[in-house]
Design a protein around this ligand. Sequence first.
Ligand code: SF4
Length: 491
Amino acid sequence: MSAWPLALPFDQSLTLKMAGKTLIPNSNVPSPSSFSISPAMEAMAENPKRRPRRRRAAAAAAAGEPGAGAAVAATAVEDMEDFAKGEAESLRASLLRWYDEHRRSLPWRAASGVDEAERAYAVWVSEVMLQQTRVAVVVDYYNRWMKRWPTLRRLASASQEEVNEMWAGLGYYRRARFLLEGAKCIVDKGEFPRTASALRRVPGIGNYTAGAIASIAFNEAAPVVDGNVVRVISRLKAISANPKETATVKRFWKLAGQLVDPLRPGDFNQAIMELGATLCSRTNPGCSSCPISKQCKALSLSKDTKSVEVTDFPAKVLKAKQRHDFAAVCVVQIMQGADENHVFLLVKRPEEGLLAGLWEFPSVPLDEDKVDVGLRRKEMDKYLKKSFNLDIRRNCKVVSREDVGEYVHIFSHIRLRMYVELMILTIEGNLDKLAKSEEQCKLTWKFFDVSSIETMGLTSGVRKVYNMIKGIKEKKLSHPTRGTRKRIKSL
Ligand code: SF4
């Protein structure tokens, strides 16, 4: 039921068979595993004599078949029609009227009327958070953030650790890092950039965020294009080209630029995004209450042609296949006197790459065929010795060591299976005596007590590991004579 292929001409050299489907590679993703399915190409692969649907539709239109003219209206990206002046004006008026009546009351919208730079800061924080998760979740995060750092200047004086702590649970910590870097950069320059092009020069501010801040806070007629805007425009224009293709993305920006209201650009951008987030939803659009249904080509196509549905737009693009990774994670607890003085070893991840600069328990990557407990422990022992001078045969004593369980953490492109163990140690002398070689100095690591770990900004994966450990300890406390899980080996 998906729309037919329009982004690319049919070219047999491009086709690939996967699970019985013919797929179009998504050229924006280098991995050959990312494709959008083209039903017409699928049909042609099944029956090479069959004409692609677009040509069939064109032939049917020429023959005067009912509904065929509408089907031809879906065009290739280079042929995508601009919005005519009158069409754009009518869409703006309808959307703004609807927005004035139906806009959701959200805390960052309450910032209207305040100083422009303050508003820009509020828009920036909310937009970055909204790129992470749903509005309902963002509201809480936003309110806590603004309570702690009500101004850009206050944020600029925060530490990365404090920002991570506040961001914990939202994921993709790189965005939080850029917020802090961007805040410092703007404070250094002394003025909040007022145009989309100037905003794009701030670290971490891309086209979308620049458009949102410039239009909402500074009233510049700059467009925004996010998933919601793509959905609305692709339905309005019945665009079935691959929305991830660079050429299509460029066209969406151009079309959004033609639509944005010159007098109320911020409200217009929020209106079109709000329509996409509420009425024009991905799977269940409420076309009967839509303020722009009269101009919606996808709706008219779906009425004229039984096999077309509005949800066929935008074209579906298969996600890149996830990579499967494996890691041994060791929660190292050092005993020193009373329980509350026990500490845990945490390591800072490198400043570049996945989860850059965030704290985690010591972990080592594993090959898929080397995950049995003996091999994992061997790898971990080598790592602890080399990186932290923790030698379980020489300078420390293992009080207990047990497997706690496995946990699979899903990143957008990686499925990481972690084999978690808890190792409780005592060490000879005090912690400061752990010597640091040159190799060890390359790593940033630290011992944290329980109360620090409870409050610090840990990624959801690390927090999950910590909670597994807590769960084991609590079970032991409630059933002191029963093992919570088979102890693999105590050294
Ligand atoms: S008519 Fe339906 S599909 Fe078209 S824009 Fe409105 S809600 Fe979306």
